[in-house]
Design a protein around this ligand. Sequence first.
Ligand code: UD1
Length: 421
Amino acid sequence: MDKLAIIGGRPLYGRLKISGAKNSALKVMVASLLTDKPLRLTNVPDLADIRQLSTLLQQHGVDLRRDGDDMTLHADTITSTLAPYDLVRKMRASFNVLGPLLAREGEAKVSLPGGCAIGARPVDLHLKALEAMGAEIELDEGYVLAKAKNGLKGAHITFPFVSVGATEHAMMAATLADGETILDNAAREPEIIDLATCLIAMGADITGAGTPTITIRGKDRLEEAEHAVLPDRIETGSYAMAVGVTAGELTLENARADLLGAAISTLIECGIEITEVENGLRVKKNGGRIKGVDVVTQPFPGFPTDLQAQFMALMATADGASTIKETIFENRFMHVPELGRMGADIHVDGQVASVRGKPKLKGAQVMATDLRASMSLVLAGLGAEGQTMISRLYHLDRGFERLEEKLQNVGALVERVRDDT
Ligand code: UD1
């Protein structure tokens, strides 16, 4: 299994291109199931999660072609409405094929999902939304069996709390439902707006995406379309923090400040300079230490849970103490013991981590535990004294495109090493 070797302490200088957003690309790829016409996507990142979903969609009958960052998906005929355990278990986003298959074919059998081990992550809100639209749902041996023989019907759905996946799932299914669907307490993440923009290009009638109330008026069919996936805000935030843990100046090409929500003001408060430049963001930090700042993860536009682990690595060497409260997932502090191996002083009490910043961390052998936690170890390694060796790299490969190449190009000493032990 591959490992990542990092020699810390080098400042980062240069230009680094931000890829298309994984979490957006996955959902717009699924949207291709809603039409028998081709969907052309640009800015699709090349990641393990994208390849995994491609295999699942092909299994449903989608003719999928990839050429660099471009992808064409054509679901002319759905050849199977079954999404098997082996293809769904590795990634939670694959569960979202259920609604589109049901809306288009009147039935689907989809395995309950997997994904990062960051909490219970049930799918009850997804299923309740589909049931409200008239689907009959049964659970059997780890599979969801859903039927809507006469098609889905528009419904008024109020989510009890904000869920990105359930909002996206209901929005997609409602595009082909009979009548109007209203989603209240909907998620407002940029990926929701991106999916809505793609669906609207396909002919869907959607208003309010990006606000807590989304209205979808169902159509009989959706059409051919083209869509450019928005840049990855989590990759952007992670590389901005990489400048914070080292020093230097990076131009993050394609990055957009408006996608970062509260993260941007938090990073500026820490002492990282961020300025908008043409087609990107310039991120700069001089020699001194970062300031300790408290954060609470929240749905967008709050501080994103997907940057919490990386922010903890930044705070581990900040000047002063900070608290980090995780409110979205109940088990998202698995990086704490690994950062501890590098000398970080972090104490967890329930959903709150208290971090006392130290001038330096020390390189160590550590283990990636989930996707974003892996990136926090990369950041810690970039700032640490000596060598850090990160194992279980497959987590990183799920979500950060060409990580070591991007970091090497801006001066980091990072290398992937084969380990046959
Ligand atoms: C998506 C992102 C993930 C991000 C998360 C929150 C993708 C592929 N993943 O995940 O990277 O961390 O949003 O921004 O886009 N919940 C339920 N029942 C449900 C659905 C969710 O209890 O039916 C809970 C979850 O366990 C979690 C919370 O709601 O505690 C928020 O989850 P949700 O917003 O749905 O996250 P995902 O869509 O899974």
